[in-house]
Design a protein around this ligand. Structure first.
Ligand code: NAP
Length: 531
């Protein structure tokens, strides 16, 4: 793999042009030391949104008509170019986020594999949703028309990069990959927490756009604050939005999109506390092993993962005592690690103080301290009981970081009552032995109503990117529970079906023509096939 020599310019990438921002100056900051990183960046202006959206709209007509092979090869080139950045990229990610090198490398592989996976999806073609109901001219009392359906992209997509996955949920992350795969040009608003990483990845995408002769507006990268974000969501040429971040941020974008003269969908992934249910048999057999495993999951990424286990529920008793004791002991041994940025660290500390101040919540343990780390996050474990939990909805609120509450529940009936009372979640986890399957069978129908992914005898952190995964769920986990932001189904967010009725054969798109010239899966008169 060749390492590309890239010098950061501190500029926005609007189509093929480097465009300096004219607003507030900001820098990436190393959260380990507090050191300001060069170069300086500046927020863009409304004129930059206008230009990026206009170019995206111009590109849309051509880009959406690219054939499957061209689009797939483009996605693979993006992946190759990002991989080719090598340590230039991974060093910058670590400097801007404090994420250790090993995790950055894992996230890089996940990001480029995700792009390659979408390339395979594009080639395979079933996402086009081709369906043909042939005409039945002699049907009585009325003839049936010839109806042919395919999916087309909604139009240019605005992507709001997340802070906590600077590669996999950022400039070339799942939202961008799935939108580009669907045939939608993308305008990214970079996350201000990692501007250099964003520029490096943005340049890789832009080079791939040029290499494949695609219109320059296929991709743009803007820097900016809330004003720019709202300008982007409300630009009439933007037709859908992908977002990962806070509930408050996601809801602001949903409100702005709904208030447009022509409202558009916002796929916002927001807040989840990922409840874990430890059933009695599991506690009897392995309480002491479950404690450290839970702490390992909780402290992964300093707890800054959307799937971090923020709540644990179990029926009170000796098994739960052993679990809490082993978890507390493991948590005390955890070292302070840098959180992503000062804002997130301050929000975490405030969240922990809020829990500490509650009479019904007791502290079990805190992680180690280290004042030399500028944005250090100290893990925190609390305990409360089921009745107090049911009485105080604030205990369901996400504290973004490695803080979690164990809830001592009275009995199975209260466990089920709690499962029914929970807000929407990305995940819900059950630890059970075969002895617990009666209780688990009662819980599961409740959990599938609140969660996008139900995990058995594992931990929610670690999201597989594939065909069957759901990274979504009812509000507030997301604003659009019928879909997923991870995995190949994510492409569906940016597509809509269109039917062609009695359309002359030579005017039909290739995927709907007789003889199946593209060789894709189609449903003809209800039967799936490739004929
Ligand atoms: P964030 O504050 O929601 O920001 C994400 C992006 O949305 C940024 O580009 C931000 O721009 C923009 N934004 C936020 N509020 C907006 C508004 N009212 N109008 C327009 N744009 C807005 O998320 P964050 O910076 O990543 O982290 C802050 C908090 O979000 C964390 O403490 C945590 O609670 C939560 N979070 C949750 C997850 C999850 O997966 N559940 C992931 C990451 C973060 P500005 O930077 O200019 O505000």
């Amino acid at each position: 793999m060749t390492v590309q020599d890239v010098t950061l310019s501190g500029q926005q990438l609007i189509g093929a042009q480097d465009v300096p921002g004219t607003g507030e100056e900001f820098h990436g900051v190393d959260p380990r030391s507090g050191e300001r990183l060069e170069p300086a960046y500046r927020f863009g202006a409304p004129a930059d949104v206008e230009r990026a959206a206009a170019l995206a709209w111009d590109a849309f007509g051509t880009y959406r008509e690219t054939d499957q092979e061209t689009r797939a090869a483009f996605l693979e080139t993006v992946a190759d170019r990002i991989d080719g950045l090598g340590t230039t990229l991974t060093d910058r990610v670590t400097a801007e986020t404090g994420i250790p090198e090993a995790r950055v490398k894992g996230e890089l592989a996940r990001t480029t594999n995700q792009l390659r996976l979408f390339a395979r999806v594009v080639r395979e073609g079933s996402w086009l949703g081709a369906r043909i109901d042939p005409a039945i001219p002699d049907r009585t009392p009325l003839p049936r028309p010839d109806l042919r359906q395919r999916k087309i992209p909604l139009g240019p997509v605005a992507v709001f990069a997340a802070s906590n996955f600077p590669l996999a949920f950022s400039v070339a992350g799942g939202d961008t990959a799935s939108a580009l795969a669907a045939g939608a040009p993308v305008v990214v608003k970079a996350h201000p927490s990692h501007p250099g990483t964003s520029e490096l990845v943005g340049r890789a995408i832009r080079a791939a756009v040029a290499e494949h002769g695609l219109p320059e507006g296929t991709f743009s990268l803007l820097h900016g604050g809330r004003e720019l974000g709202i300008a982007l969501v409300t630009d009439p040429r933007i037709r859908a939005v992908g977002f990962t971040g806070s509930r408050q941020g996601g809801l602001a974008l949903v409100a702005a999109a709904a208030a447009r003269p022509v409202p558009i969908p916002v796929y916002a992934e927001m807040s989840s506390v990922n409840p874990v249910f430890l059933l009695p048999g599991a506690l009897r057999e392995k309480a002491k092993d479950l404690g450290p495993a839970y702490v390992a999951s909780l402290t992964t990424g300093v707890g800054q993962l959307c799937t971090s286990p923020g709540l644990v529920f179990a029926i009170d008793g000796d098994g739960l005592d052993a679990f809490v004791e082993s978890a507390g002991a493991a948590l005390q041994e955890t070292a302070v690690a840098p959180m992503l940025n000062p804002g997130i660290q301050q929000a975490y500390d405030a969240g922990v103080r809020r829990l500490e101040a509650l009479d019904e919540v007791a502290e079990v343990a805190r992680g180690g301290e280290d004042q030399t780390i500028a944005c250090g996050g100290r893990a925190a474990l609390f305990v409360t009981d089921g009745t107090a939990f049911l009485a105080n909805p604030a205990l369901q609120e996400e504290v973004f970081g490695a803080a979690s509450i164990v809830v001592r529940v009275r009995d199975q009936a209260q466990l089920v009552e709690i499962a029914e009372s929970l807000e929407g979640q990305l995940t819900a986890t059950v630890h059970a032995t075969p002895d617990d399957h009666g209780e688990a069978a009662e819980l599961l129908p409740k959990l599938e109503l609140i969660a996008g992914r139900v995990v058995f005898n594992g931990w929610p952190t670690g999201v597989e990117v594939g065909h069957a995964v759901v990274h979504g769920g009812p509000f507030p986990a997301t604003s659009a529970p019928a879909t997923t932001s991870v995995g190949t189904r994510a492409i569906e967010r940016f597509l809509r079906p269109v039917s062609y009725q009695d359309t002359p054969a030579d005017l039909l798109p290739a995927e709907l023509r007789d003889g199946n010239p593209l060789g894709i899966w189609r449903r003809v008169d209800g039967e799936l096939g490739r004929d």
